[in-house]
Write a protein that binds this ligand. Structure first.
Ligand SMILES: [Zn+2]
Length: 243
């Protein structure tokens, strides 16, 4: 009886502390702004449910695979969500890239990690490779968003993150300002394999935030494919191609 009373007091104090910290550090849903979230959640249940899931992780010959097939050899490719203009995924990616909210990348990665955990198509992956960011953007942003996504994936789907295999070679200017041809030649030269080539990992999962034309992924994959007997798979948070 005494113990029960003590526990209820502890529970009361814990609840009080949680309520107070909620008042001091209000934590709102990134989607709808509702203030009902625990400190480690970024979306309320409703917004989470309404995210435009693609189902691609378990879907062979999905839209992204059809877009990339024939351009370079890969085992499986998927993006977790569809990128829609003015949509919630666009908002989250924007906050991740330009709003300084690195933790959103980790959160999105965790969502992907849960899907990957159930997937047979990606089961043989040995390591996660975040698409490297060029120095200028890295300095400005302070972090590589693809690395944050990998971190979230790895928290759920226990795989090592490898960042020293491939690097960025050019300070590519904003791609949208360039012509299609200029964009292509620029991105073709954008990556280089480091000297530390090892056969430690046989199946690499290349991870990016949004996949549109796939030119960046293709360029990076082509560098990694210089490693003897390596297999590549592709993972994005979102696919912004037509569907
Ligand atoms: Zn919400």
């Amino acid at each position: 009886m005494q113990l029960k009373k003590k526990n209820s007091i502890i529970d009361f104090v814990k609840q009080l502390f949680s309520d107070c910290s909620h008042l001091l550090f209000p934590h709102c849903c990134e989607g709808c702004g509702t203030d009902v979230l625990s400190t480690d959640a970024y979306l309320c249940a409703r917004c989470l449910f309404e995210l435009p899931k693609s189902g691609m992780i378990a879907w062979p010959s999905n839209l992204l695979e059809r877009r990339l097939r024939g351009r370079f050899p890969f085992q499986a490719a998927a993006a977790g969500y569809y990128y829609r203009k003015e949509g919630l995924i666009q908002h989250l990616i924007y906050q991740l890239k330009y709003g300084g909210k690195r933790e959103i990348g980790v959160f999105l990665g965790q969502l992907l990690g849960h899907e990957l955990l159930k997937s047979h198509r990606f089961a043989t992956v040995d390591a996660l490779i975040p698409i490297p960011l060029n120095e200028k953007k890295l300095r400005k942003r302070g972090y590589n968003q693809a690395e944050a996504i990998c971190e979230g994936i790895a928290q759920v789907w226990k795989k090592p993150i490898v960042t020293n295999l491939v690097g960025r070679t050019l300070n590519t200017t904003t791609q949208t300002k360039q012509t299609q041809m200029g964009r292509w030649t620029n991105v073709q030269k954008a990556f280089s394999l480091s000297d530390k080539i090892g056969a430690e990992y046989a199946h690499l999962l290349l991870v990016d935030d949004v996949i549109t034309t796939g030119a960046t992924i293709e360029s990076c994959a082509n560098e990694l494919l210089k490693i003897p007997n390596v297999t590549i798979s592709i993972m994005g948070v979102a696919f912004s191609g037509s569907h």
